[in-house]
Design a protein around this ligand. Structure first.
Ligand code: GLT
Ligand code: MN
Ligand code: MN
Length: 406
């Protein structure tokens, strides 16, 4: 039965066409997180629908698909009780062996500061011992990152917030949170020097709600303000990892949020996925909900030479099987990303968009008075809508002559 169903999945996937070879996929700086592939479908109202998947299997499958980089939380691969003991290095060595065997790189490491009960009051909790433990965990992740050859460390603060207000002073909590990032940067400087490596790029990731009701650093803009607050000892080592959906969730235009991070020189890492405004963190795979917005996001990033990782931080839906995770979910996510990226290149080179944009920038002339300026640009400004139409055409292939019979 399940063999027949798998054959059907394979046949219909092939019938979709449009897939890229693993060699082509490897040309893009795409990373696959351990937690995305290993997600079993569990949530507050949901039992798991999939079996556990080991890092060995994830690494093997990413290599087969052509996902060139792998990323992980410390506890995705090392049990909490084993962390900070000698035994963790045996696991790290085995991971390194698996990565090397399959020609994958570890691009990013991150510390889990949200799942274990120790983080109930966040990594910047009142108890000094919890904060001291958090600092050791963050520093330890930096060391693991260097051992695995990573370039990036990501920090999603998780439970940095509250369900009921008044018990904590937010200014104090933010200071304590900065102490943790400072400890990670300090350790990074030491280890990088010892190993003759560059320091990591430390990237802060915001999420506006979940898993707390109120979040203290809820947006990428808040993270940028935090980096510039004077609380960090090495602000030059710290940037942001915006997640597309996390910006959309609070009602932002993700593209504008990315633009602000670009202008600050802090857009170093990018979590790619999709979802809906003002809903919870559904982490749907890239391009399945907002393909036109995604095209525009990639136009912006290509136009500004973003060259950091595109991290596939999504969750295969609960209806997808273990087999489907690697046969359908990951390959199609990668292929939609590549397609959108190439389309973004077409949009940047498109003669209609180019001419329209240049005409808008030249302006309609006219001098001085508001009414005269408005009149001089009156016809020209229709080009805004024309450009939007052209981007739709690029999305559906009409710029290449694709037509629909009435
Ligand atoms: C968690 C979160 C993601 C973050 C991960 C990195 S953890 O899955 O929802 O958006 O990128 O810590
Ligand atoms: Mn994320
Ligand atoms: Mn998310």
């Amino acid at each position: 039965m399940s063999e027949t169903q798998r054959a059907l999945i394979d046949r219909l996937t092939a019938a979709c066409g449009g897939s890229y070879s693993p060699e082509v996929r490897r040309r893009y700086f795409i990373s696959g997180p351990q937690w995305a592939a290993a997600y079993q479908g569990q949530a507050l109202f949901h039992a798991p629908t999939r079996d556990p998947v080991s890092y060995q299997e994830v690494i093997r499958q990413y290599a087969r698909i052509g996902i060139p980089c792998w990323a992980t939380h410390d506890t995705d691969v090392i049990p909490t009780e084993t962390l900070l003991t000698d035994a963790q290095w045996e696991i790290v060595a085995d991971i390194k062996k698996n990565l090397d065997q399959h020609g994958l790189r570890c691009s990013m490491v991150t510390t889990e500061t949200f799942y274990h009960p120790v983080w109930a009051a966040s990594a910047a909790a009142e108890a000094p011992e919890v904060r001291e433990y958090a600092a050791r965990r963050l520093a330890n992740t930096v060391e693991i990152g260097h051992q695995l050859g990573a370039q990036f460390a990501v920090y999603w603060p998780g439970t940095l917030g509250y369900l009921v207000q008044g018990a904590i002073d937010e200014t104090q909590t933010i200071r304590w949170f900065a102490d943790g990032i400072n400890a990670a940067c300090e350790r990074d400087i030491e280890v990088a020097r010892q190993m003759g490596r560059s320091t990591l790029k430390h990237c802060l990731e915001a999420k506006p709600f979940e898993p707390q009701a109120e979040i203290i650093l809820p947006t990428t803009d808040a993270m940028l303000a935090f980096i510039a607050s004077g609380l960090l000892q090495h602000p030059e080592m710290v940037g942001v990892n915006p997640e597309y959906l996390h910006e959309l969730m609070w009602g932002a235009a993700p593209r504008a949020a990315l633009a602000r991070a670009l202008l600050a020189g802090k857009l170093w890492h990018f979590d790619i996925n999709d979802g809906y405004r003002l809903k919870h963190d559904v982490d749907i795979a890239v391009g399945l909900v907002n393909p036109l917005d995604w095209l525009n996001v990639l136009v912006l990033l290509r136009a500004h030479n973003y060259n950091g990782p595109f991290n596939l931080d999504y969750k295969p839906p609960r209806t997808t099987s273990n087999y489907g995770v690697f046969q359908v979910s990951f390959p199609t996510a990668v292929d939609r990303f590549i397609t959108l990226w190439e389309m973004a290149g077409e949009a940047l080179a498109d003669p209609v968009i180019h001419e329209a944009t240049e005409a808008l920038k030249r302006g309609g002339g006219g001098k001085g008075a508001a009414a005269e300026l408005a009149a001089a640009n009156r016809e020209l400004l229709t080009l805004h809508e024309l450009i939007a139409h052209r981007l739709f055409q690029i999305l559906v292939g009409q710029h290449r002559g694709r037509t629909y019979a009435p």
